[in-house]
Design a protein. Sequence first.
Length: 238
Amino acid sequence: MHTARPGPPAAPVVPSAGASRRAGAVVLACLLVVGLLGWAVTADLGPLLRVDATVRDALYAGDDRSRLMETVLQVLTAPGLSAVRAVVLLPVLGWLVLRRAWWTAAWVFVAAGLVGPVNGLLKELYGRERPQFAEGGARYESLAFPSGHASGIAALVTVALVLAWPRLAPAARRGWLAAGVALALLVGVTRLWLGVHQLSDVVAGWAVGVGWTLLVVLVSGALPGGRAALRGPSEVAR
C-alpha cells in the first residue's frame, strides 16, 4: 500500500515587478493630471475655463428642479461622502482585524481615511471657488478643486478592487472593474448635475483618489504577494 507523500511547500507569492511598475505609472499619471489642471485653474487658462463652462451649463439640473429630482441626485452622489465610505469600510476593517491582517487593515485605513484630508489640503492650495450661476446655483462657500466626492469614490473603488483582485477570476475582475468605474463616473457626473463642481474639479478628484490609494498600496506593499496584501484562497492554508 502506497502512502501519499506531501509535496514540497508552495513557493511564497512575491509581488510582480510589472504590477508595481504599472501602479507606479498610474500614480505618476494622476500626479501629472492634478498638477496640470491645478496650474491651469490658478492661471485662469482660457481653454480650460471654456470647456468647464460649456460642460457646467449643459449638465446643470437647474435651480428649479423638483424635490424628487433633488432627492435622486443626492442619493446618487452619496457614495462620495466620507460618512458612506466609513459605513462601507468599517466592517471590512473589523473583518481584517479579526483575521489579524494588520498590515492590510493599516493600508486600507490610511488610503480611505486620509484621502479626505489630502484632498482638503489641495483645495486650500488651489483655492478655487464653486461654480457661479446667474440664477443662484448651490452657493456653497467651501472650495471646489479637486472634488472631494470624486476623490472619495475613486479611493473607495480602488481600495475595493485592490483587496478583491487576488480572489477574483479573470472574468469577474473585468466585471468588477467596469462596475467600479461606472460608479465613480456616476458620482462625478452628479456633482455636475448639482452644479457644485466644474468638470476639471471632478477629473482632478478622480486622479487624487486613485493616485493617493495606489501610492499607499505601493508604499505598504499591498499588491498581491506583498506583506500587506489580502491573501487569496490558495494562500490561506500556508
